[in-house]
Design a binder for this molecule. Structure first.
Ligand SMILES: Nc1ncnc2c1ncn2[C@@H]1O[C@H](COP(=O)(O)OP(=O)(O)OP(=O)(O)O)[C@@H](O)[C@H]1O
Length: 347
């Protein structure tokens, strides 16, 4: 044994760590991990110029016509959005609710989050769930060449559209919200009133999310279905500002059809809109602006138009709305009679 006793060197961290020091170390690790996650998210966001919100499905931007009639409704919508009230657009199929909601939402220059109402939608579909497994591996080298490893697998919470919109101050467009069962929409009550979103699946203080001051909501529902699908709870309706829409005036519909159908003569556009509006008055089925757009698209393929071809196009555009094959004959008769009755004005 040599004279100088050699102090035993212990490599690596101290063998014995007090419980308190271990807790502090774990807390530091957790903080570092959280900071890394946020930095990664921020990097992802800046690198791709998008946030997680942008990954959400949002209907493709369409040409948007703003006549006086459209602007009037927009002004009413903005009035309520400016004071933080959720706006509920109610109207018949194809009258322009979605286009209006998306346009006003985009104009707010905030991220837009889109939710499609559906009977199968649940609260967790709206707010989020523990949907991913997170594996954390800790490697401790207490003694050189001895590795103590520990894998922790835990559920990770994933925010769904409503929570993302609330956290990031997005404009939520909740299309056909009344198709969703009322119980799933209950989470909206405190969002629209107390300004807090409760995450039923979460625990502790992360169970509550303060609503971002820039968060706004535009809900749409189809007037007919609205009555028939799920009667939304009065407490929710009480929190909404309701704007009933109908089909636009003829000039606006002509502009809308022209915006959607290229290479279609203005006079022909005016005629097909006039015909579809007449059918809207006469038929039991709903004849929306979308039907006028589709009919105009069909007409762009025709060189020599006659009454029979025009009848075919109108019947084809509306036939999906009649339940029985026998009803199509009645539909065709109505269309033929309408075209005949307008012969003087349809060239
Ligand atoms: N102001 C507008 N400018 C341009 N296109 C419009 C405008 N309003 C409606 N449209 C078009 O008319 C058609 C019907 O509009 P939209 O889909 O918004 O109706 P909707 O009431 O939401 O129908 P649904 O009840 O089926 O959801 C769409 O093709 C839409 O792009």
């Amino acid at each position: 044994m040599t004279n100088s006793s050699r102090e035993r060197k212990v490599r690596g961290s101290q063998i014995r760590t007090s419980r308190r020091e271990k807790q502090d170390k774990n807390a530091r690790n957790r903080t570092e991990k959280e900071l890394t996650r946020l930095e990664n998210h921020q990097t992802h966001r800046t690198k791709n110029g998008t946030s997680k919100l942008d990954e959400r499905f949002i209907p493709e931007e369409q040409p948007f016509i703003e006549t006086e009639a459209v602007t009037q409704v927009e002004t009413r919508m903005r009035r309520w959005l400016d004071v933080g009230r959720p706006v509920h657009l109610i109207g018949p199929t194809g009258c322009g609710k979605t286009a209006l909601a998306m346009h006003v939402a985009r104009e707010r220059d905030r991220p837009v989050v889109w939710i499609n109402g559906d009977a199968d939608l649940t609260t967790s579909d709206l707010v989020g769930e523990y949907a991913e497994k997170e594996r954390i591996s800790e490697r401790d080298k207490y003694v050189h060449n001895v590795v103590k490893s520990k894998d922790i697998v835990r559920d990770r919470w994933v925010d769904n559209p409503l929570t993302l919109a609330v956290r990031e101050g997005a404009t939520l467009v909740y299309n056909e919200f009344s198709r969703t069962k009322p119980v799933a929409n209950n989470v909206l009550l405190s969002v629209f009133e107390e300004g807090v979103l409760e995450l039923p699946g979460q625990r502790g203080k992360s169970r509550y999310v303060d609503v971002h001051p820039d968060f706004r909501a535009i809900l749409t529902s189809n007037s007919v279905e609205y009555a028939g699908v799920h009667e939304p709870q009065d407490a929710l309706l009480d929190r909404l500002v309701g704007l009933y829409l109908d089909f636009y005036d003829r000039e606006t519909e002509v502009e809308i059809v022209r915006a959607h159908v290229d290479d279609f003569d203005t006079e022909d556009t005016e005629q097909i809109v006039r015909l579809m509006r007449e059918l809207r008055e006469r038929l039991d089925v709903n004849v929306g602006t979308r039907a006028a757009i589709m009919a105009a698209e069909g007409l762009t393929t025709v060189d020599d138009l006659d009454r029979s071809i025009l009848t075919d196009i109108c019947v084809d555009v509306l036939a999906s709305k009649v339940a029985q094959h026998s009803d199509v004959h009645e539909l065709r008769d109505e269309v033929e009679a309408t075209i005949k009755g307008m012969e003087g004005t349809l060239s």
